[in-house]
Design a protein around this ligand. Structure first.
Ligand code: SF4
Ligand code: FES
Length: 251
């Protein structure tokens, strides 16, 4: 319900195309209780007019599940990388500032191209290699203790926040980022997935691999799904070194 006279002030960094310059537009919209950033952007889209009264276009952003599951709505909210659908307006200082993630190419406004994560996941074969339409029978058994240890890693929503906040995730290092390393731990410990363990570890050796991590630990603090990222990075680092030694003595 709108509250008479009360407003929400928001400043949005906008960019019409991947190559155009960025501008900031200010909006002031009627206050409603319990809004999140996604509903705020929806409200602006109903009447896209800036505080100065200039007619503009609705703000572009990615969004799908609205419940912090699809990972698409990550953006900088008051300077912090967060999910728009779980960021509550009532808990944010005003004016609220919105900007696209800074380490990914802007597609338009708040929508960025996060395909680097999906390319990295392909490079490490982050999947269980089971294929075929015939009955494969039941898979190998997994101890409940291992299931419990691995389950948190399966909660990754590919939001790329861990990469955005990582000082090592940049063009100079080519670092794959915490999310990819965490998925290597998940699939290397899967009873079927581990048939590709050596390939995954070799993919993480060398430039851009796990040794680029500087243990700033920003990732584990920022991850919206609380993945145990630093533990995964330590475990995978050790496995990569063991694999390199094995390869050295056998080839
Ligand atoms: S590890 Fe966490 S921060 Fe990184 S992509 Fe997955 S859910 Fe997002
Ligand atoms: S809309 Fe899916 S995580 Fe925010």
């Amino acid at each position: 319900m709108a509250t008479a006279g009360r407003t929400i002030k928001v400043e949005i960094k906008r960019q019409a195309t991947p190559d155009s310059g960025a501008v900031t537009e200010k909006f002031e919209i009627p206050y409603r209780a319990n809004m999140n950033i996604t509903s705020l952007l929806g409200e602006i889209a109903l009447n896209p007019t800036t505080t100065e009264g200039k007619a503009t276009t609705p703000v572009a952003y990615d969004s799908n599940c609205l419940e912090e599951i699809c990972g698409s709505c990550a953006m900088l909210i008051n300077g912090k990388a967060r999910m728009a659908c779980s960021a509550l307006v009532d808990k944010l200082e005003q004016p609220i500032t919105l900007a696209p993630l800074s380490k990914f190419p802007v597609v338009r406004d708040l929508a960025v191209d996060r395909s680097v994560l999906f390319e990295n996941l392909k490079a490490v074969k982050a999947w269980v290699p089971v294929d075929g339409t015939y009955d494969l029978g039941s898979g190998p058994r997994q101890f409940p203790q291992l299931q419990e240890e691995l389950y948190p890693l399966s909660n990754c929503i590919s939001c790329t926040i861990c990469m955005e906040v990582c000082p090592q995730f940049n063009d100079a290092t080519g670092f794959v980022g915490a999310a990819t390393i965490a998925q290597v731990k998940l699939f290397n410990n899967n009873p079927t997935g581990k048939v590709l363990k050596e390939e995954r570890l070799r993919a993480l050796a060398g430039d851009g691999g796990v040794q680029e991590c500087g243990y700033a630990q920003n990732c584990v603090q920022a991850c919206p799904k609380q993945l145990p990222l630093t533990e995964a990075i330590s475990d995978v680092s050790r496995d990569v070194i063991v694999q390199q030694l094995k390869d050295f003595f056998t080839h």
